[in-house]
Design a protein. Structure first.
Length: 199
């Protein structure tokens, strides 16, 4: 590799590493570091192997009250919302907690033909177990730019597909329960568990 090419690559990655999100002087928001801690605390992952080969890999982020409030702050920072926009978006997100449960899924599977969770013909099943009940979920593919996704879900990579999972039970009803998300389909089955809050 030539010295000029190496220097150019180093400069590009150096600039990316220095990029920061702007402050929003109109609002008192949690920091980017605090936001990332909230997401990490509410994210669990699973990997399935066939011998040494990774056949399925996913990370699920529970979109509970803590996460949706933190996301309102992160979005307010990114899009420079004014106080009225911030309160409106926050109220909408919190109202959704009273209607359904949502989970963000970052999904990787080597065989792309099986990356079809959102298709009507999919063979995958998605379940949420909470409070002694099981709910079957629906997946919707998130078609956003990589930068838009990773600013909200830092663990997501370009090799994974983004989905939003929706379950017909209010998050507010199961918030205090232990929750288990299960994906089962053509190449295997895996589950992640979110422990009940300790308070």
């Amino acid at each position: 590799m030539s010295k000029i090419l190496f220097a150019a690559i180093f400069l590009v990655f150096g600039l990316i590493g220095c990029a920061t999100l702007p402050d929003n002087p109109q609002l008192k928001l949690i920091s980017v570091g605090e936001y990332e801690s909230v997401v990490a605390r509410n994210t669990e992952g699973a990997k399935v192997y066939d011998g040494f080969m990774n056949t399925m890999d996913f990370k699920a982020t529970l979109l509970n009250a803590e996460v949706v409030r933190a996301q309102a702050d992160q979005n307010a920072r990114i899009y420079q919302w004014n106080p009225e926009q911030y309160e409106k978006e926050k109220a909408t997100s919190e109202a959704n907690l009273q209607k359904e449960s949502q989970v963000y899924l970052s999904f990787f599977i080597p065989e792309k033909k099986y990356d079809d969770l959102a298709k009507p013909t999919t063979r995958w099943k998605i379940f949420l177990d909470a409070g002694g009940r099981r709910f079957e979920g629906k997946a919707a593919r998130i078609k956003a730019q990589l930068a838009e996704i990773t600013v909200l879900y830092p663990h997501h990579t370009r090799w994974q597909t983004s989905y939003k999972l929706t379950f017909n039970v209010p998050m507010s009803v199961i918030e205090k329960d232990e929750k288990k998300i299960t994906l089962t389909g053509p190449v295997g089955s895996a589950s992640v568990t979110f422990k009940a809050p300790s308070n």
